[in-house]
Design a protein. Structure first.
Length: 424
């Protein structure tokens, strides 16, 4: 059995759904488990619904729900010629459930409420895809991800219970392939032992594919995207990008860690444990081979990779009494950063200073100053960029720094990280 994952862009309209069907038709001899994301930008709309729900703004809530319903109705109309198809009634029932949520008591835990509502996006898309494939005479079955992926109660960031999930996959998924060729399930979604929906974190559908592949001992995972595979740089910022046709699990994890956006950081790890290859291919050009991620590391260093994070702030913290920044001081600083849910992109320590690079939009500098100002001086530089280069050379570093001020750099044998400020 192979696992295929299709993201929101690959099922954004009726034409895209038909393209997914055509891609699946290329594998007539295979048993396929298909993980699908919410269609288009549905998750963003559902997040707006959560906001309207907590504001108790029924006008906004109803308007957003009408928009979501109209969007999916248009897709249905492009796939099914008449409204007697069962999927129409299934979606009507789902939208009525979402409508009724507004009139029920709000959960104190907003993350809990988020998961119960936002998970509908994948539920809807998977119902539509399964119905269309069945109509196209595929031997297809729909599977509720909540019955196979068990998590803890950490809503919006559910942690997988691997033992239970493996048990459910072996019992509820694999036997189905005795009668079917394709199973459709939802990405991003899990379930607690009490039966409450959880989500696996933003962009977690890739992770769902990795979880299921691990638990079902799949032959491979293919993530179908609107890019030709993993590129060595973001084409929005670099003119001459190159395809990474083959990289190792370790390299993929490193690139994900530093911010490469093609693969979800958690996806690769379970696949590496069982040596299940991961393919990144284009649903726009399914004839192209894309990227293969496996245990083979021979080509990792052949092409340098570039990752750029914009809108960074470099915060430098020093003791007011000029004492060393040692373990006790670091503990205080990290405690303050953790309380503000700050994600550190880079850090550097010297005798008297500790510097951290953070996403500017995700840190409240004033709140950090309030927590630390009694004992520490805090200075910061804004409008910076963090450039990470895997498999760099001196020429590349000179080129990346040209016309910019280098505020900080960290170099290892394989990775260079530069904090840069534009001169203008």
């Amino acid at each position: 059995m192979k696992v295929f994952k299709f993201g929101g862009a690959s099922v954004k309209d009726a034409k895209a759904v038909k393209n997914v069907s055509a891609i699946l038709g290329r594998f007539p001899e295979e048993k396929l488990l298909v993980v699908v994301s919410a269609m288009g930008k549905t998750t963003n709309k559902l997040e707006e619904l959560v906001h309207a729900l907590y504001n108790q703004d029924h006008r906004i809530y109803a308007g957003l729900l009408d928009d979501i319903k109209a969007y999916h109705d248009e897709i249905l109309a492009g796939l099914f010629p008449e409204r007697h198809y069962q999927v129409y009634q299934e979606l009507e029932d789902i939208f009525e459930q979402i409508n009724q949520l507004f009139f029920k008591p709000l959960a104190d835990n907003r993350s809990f409420q988020y998961d119960q509502l936002v998970a509908y996006g994948e539920l809807i898309s998977s119902k539509i895809l399964a119905a269309y494939l069945t109509d196209q005479s595929y031997k297809c079955s729909w599977i509720d991800a909540k019955t196979i992926i068990r998590t803890d109660n950490q809503y919006q960031e559910g942690q997988v219970d691997w033992t239970k999930t493996q048990e459910f996959c072996q019992k509820l998924v694999l036997p189905k392939f005795d009668q079917i060729d394709i199973a459709i399930t939802q990405g991003f979604i899990g379930c607690t032992s009490e039966g409450f929906t959880t989500t696996l974190g933003r962009e977690g559908s890739d992770y769902s594919a990795g979880i299921i592949a691990f638990c079902c001992n799949a032959e491979s995972v293919t993530i179908w995207k609107d890019v030709p595979g993993m590129l060595n740089a973001d084409p929005k910022y670099f003119e001459h990008t190159q395809l990474l046709s083959q990289i190792s699990f370790k390299e993929a994890i490193e690139l994900s860690y530093y911010g490469a956006s093609v693969i979800h950081p958690k996806t690769v790890q379970p696949l590496q444990q069982k040596n299940i290859p991961l393919f990144v291919r284009s649903f726009i050009d399914p004839d192209s081979l894309g990227t293969t991620i496996s245990s083979n590391a021979e080509r990792d260093s052949h092409i340098p990779s570039y990752i750029v994070k914009h809108d960074q702030v470099l915060v430098t913290i020093s003791s007011k009494d000029f004492s060393f920044i040692a373990e006790k001081q670091l503990a205080e600083i990290f405690s303050a950063l953790a309380s503000l849910q700050a994600h550190i992109n880079l850090m550097q320590n010297s005798a008297l200073n500790f510097s951290v690079l953070l996403d500017r939009k995700k840190i409240d500098i004033s709140a950090l100053q309030n927590q630390l100002s009694n004992r520490y001086n805090i200075r910061y530089n804004e409008n910076l960029e963090l450039v990470t280069v895997r498999h760099y050379n001196d020429e590349i570093l000179v080129q990346m720094s040209s016309g910019k001020i280098k505020l900080l750099s960290q170099l290892t044998r394989t990775t260079a990280r530069l904090v840069l400020q534009n001169l203008n």
